[in-house]
Design a protein around this ligand. Structure first.
Ligand code: DGT
Ligand code: CA
Ligand code: CA
Ligand code: ZN
Length: 588
């Protein structure tokens, strides 16, 4: 069966790379498959067109051998090399690549020496302390593997915010278009903009639930039906590869029940519990269908919208992002909820990458994309020289880029560009460039990209030292977490926040759905200390600017207002804000 889905092929190439690594194949060959996978993921033209016009070879990262493989896949829907490699190892072995700290070399050793073929085997070996004894491992490494397994299991069955959102955007319009659907809303953790999502919850109001259920169950994105009922069904949705993944629950309710169902299924569970006990104080009982008076209590007011329920309980409306039982109900009772940041208030952003380092687009393309999104300014911050894999900029290439940005600004009447860098914070807290070089830039993002294993004190001092530098405008992705693959490194965040306030260093809210770092749970403390947040997309591609929306919701979840988010400043004021720390520190 022929196939031209580049995403599917990219996934296959990645598996081939892993299998080749397990075999101990030459690293160049492994990298060729990985590079090709990256290129396929970013493909902007249909694969069949590129094949037909013999243009595959002109794509970066695709050589002669890979070209043959693409053609083979396109024709037959499979790859012989994959089938052969796959037959040599148990399929469950590849799951071990998901464990942080385990690479091909170690997996091969575990397989050969301890016959470990799966995660289950690995857990057993940990339990029996077999790993620490294995040559090339040791107690520290065994402990890391155990931690890695715990982390992996914690995230198992959780999905990235952007993935779930894009599936929701394909399902909701289908339901909304039906004449049987009166209202349709996303609920659950997606409506609360949690950083990872377990399943997607949808609430519909209708007078004809049977018709709505049928429409839902027949949706093209449904891979399998898990449960089918008159008013509640659960399915699994397909991802881009056609693989069954995310669970989606639909509940169809009567129009008068809609506000109650929406409130209940938005959660969080703990928030609901607070509301229910608040209702009890009025002599009312609140559930997913209604708000009703208990014996002898006065009747509650008429409820038409979700916010009417809050008002009935003498609470200000609580935005879904805040519904995590972190004091929002008592704040709403005291009318002390913050006026949360809104999307149109963002005027610009910093920290994006271009082709000069590991981005996929040019400065001009990135600028146009940011402008299209309505931004007035954009900071370009490619990687610095120490980030070798990311093709970090040397001094010389940095100067060329600054020049390019200055020329752009002279000719452009649209968006204004700022020249920055994402400068590596070296192991001892020194920076990748001298102050002399940094001073030529409009701003600097300083980030940790290496030596993640340092102890808490050393890591904290490392970042403190960087913050003392007058040219470091902001710290990028402070905790270093990658949501599904890397835990935050050891770091004393309150100490860092104190120093950020004292040195007037901004802290990034990195809006990439892989990071969402700094986590929303820290922002109330940051706000209390007077720290400024800067929401950055860390875009490596023009489409990456969309992540800013996730960043805004995450900031709202952290209770941030316009005042605390520095990139709500208009262009006329941001230039001065960028200079503030330099003048403050260099003049004192
Ligand atoms: P998830 O799916 O794990 O990312 O998180 P949620 O919050 O979407 O959880 P989910 O899908 O199990 O349920 C959606 C909401 O429904 C949840 O936030 C609160 C509400 N809910 C579900 N089950 C219960 C329950 O047993 N008690 C209460 N009070 N609320 C519940
Ligand atoms: Ca859910
Ligand atoms: Ca659910
Ligand atoms: Zn970056």
């Amino acid at each position: 069966m022929s196939s031209n889905n580049p995403q599917e092929l990219a996934a296959l190439f990645e598996k081939i790379a892993q299998l080749l690594e397990l075999q101990g194949e030459n690293p160049f060959k492994v990298r060729a498959y990985l590079r090709a996978a990256r290129s396929l993921e970013q493909l902007r033209e249909p694969l069949e067109l590129l094949i037909r016009e013999e243009r595959l070879g002109s794509i970066e990262g695709i050589g002669k051998n890979i070209e043959e493989k693409i053609k083979e896949f396109s024709l037959t829907g499979r790859l012989l090399i994959y089938d052969e490699l796959n037959a040599q190892f148990p399929p469950s072995l590849l799951e071990l690549f998901e464990i942080q700290g385990l690479g091909a070399k170690k997996i091969r050793l575990l397989y050969q020496k301890l016959q470990i073929c799966s995660l289950e085997d690995l857990e057993k070996a940990c339990l029996h302390s077999q790993i620490a004894m294995l040559p090339g491992f040791g107690p520290k490494s065994a402990e890391n593997i155990e931690q890695g397994i715990l982390f992996y299991k914690k995230n198992l069955g959780k999905f990235r915010l952007d993935q779930v959102l894009s599936l929701a955007k394909k399902i909701v319009p289908t339901l909304e278009a039906s004449p049987d659907v009166l209202r349709c809303q996303i609920a659950g953790s997606l409506r609360r903009w949690k950083e990872t999502i377990g399943d997607l919850d949808l609430i519909v109001s209708s007078r004809n639930p049977t018709a709505v259920m049928a429409l839902f169950l027949e949706h093209a994105l449904v891979a399998e039906v898990l449960m089918k009922g008159a008013t509640k069904s659960s399915v699994r949705l397909k991802n881009d590869l056609g693989e069954s993944m995310l669970q989606c629950d639909l509940r169809v309710v009567k129009p008068e029940e809609f506000p109650f169902a929406l409130l209940y299924f938005t959660g969080s569970r703990e928030h609901n519990i607070r509301l229910r006990s608040r209702a009890l104080e009025f002599g009312w009982s609140l559930n997913e269908y209604s708000l009703s008076a208990q014996e002898g209590a006065p009747p509650p007011p008429l409820i038409e919208e979700e916010e009417d329920i809050y008002h009935a309980l003498k609470l200000d409306f609580i935005a879904p992002e805040l519904r995590e039982d972190r004091g929002e109900v008592s704040a709403a009772a005291l009318r002390e909820l913050p006026e949360l940041l809104e999307w149109p208030q963002l005027c610009g952003t910093f920290h994006c990458h271009t082709r000069a380092s590991d981005g996929k687009n040019t400065i001009v393309e990135m600028a146009e994309a940011a402008q299209e999104l309505g931004l007035d300014y954009l900071g370009i911050a490619d990687h610095s020289k120490s980030s070798l894999q990311a093709h970090g900029l040397s001094e010389e290439r940095l100067f060329e880029q600054i020049e390019e940005i200055r020329i752009f600004n002279q000719s452009s009447r649209g968006i204004h560009l700022f020249a920055g860098i994402e400068c590596d914070i070296l192991k001892d807290g020194r920076l990748d460039f001298s102050d002399e070089i940094l001073s030529k830039l409009d701003y600097v993002v300083a980030s940790v990209h290496s030596s993640f294993q340092l102890d808490e004190c050393t890591m904290t001092n490392r970042i403190l030292r960087a913050m003392e530098n007058p040219y470091i405008t902001m710290i990028g992705h402070l905790s270093g977490r990658l949501l599904f693959s890397r835990e935050p490194y050891a770091l004393n965040i309150p100490t860092i926040l104190d120093a950020a306030a004292a040195t007037k260093t901004w802290i990034e809210l990195n809006a990439s759905p892989y990071r969402l770092d700094l986590d929303w749970r820290w922002w109330s403390l940051a706000k209390e200390k007077g720290v400024r947040c800067v929401i950055n997309p860390d875009a490596h591609h023009t489409s990456g600017f969309q992540h800013l929306r996730l960043g805004v919701h995450s900031a709202r979840k952290g209770g941030l207002r316009r005042e605390e988010v520095i990139n709500t400043l208009p262009l006329e004021k941001i230039g001065e804000a960028l200079k503030l720390k330099r003048t403050m520190i260099t003049s004192s």
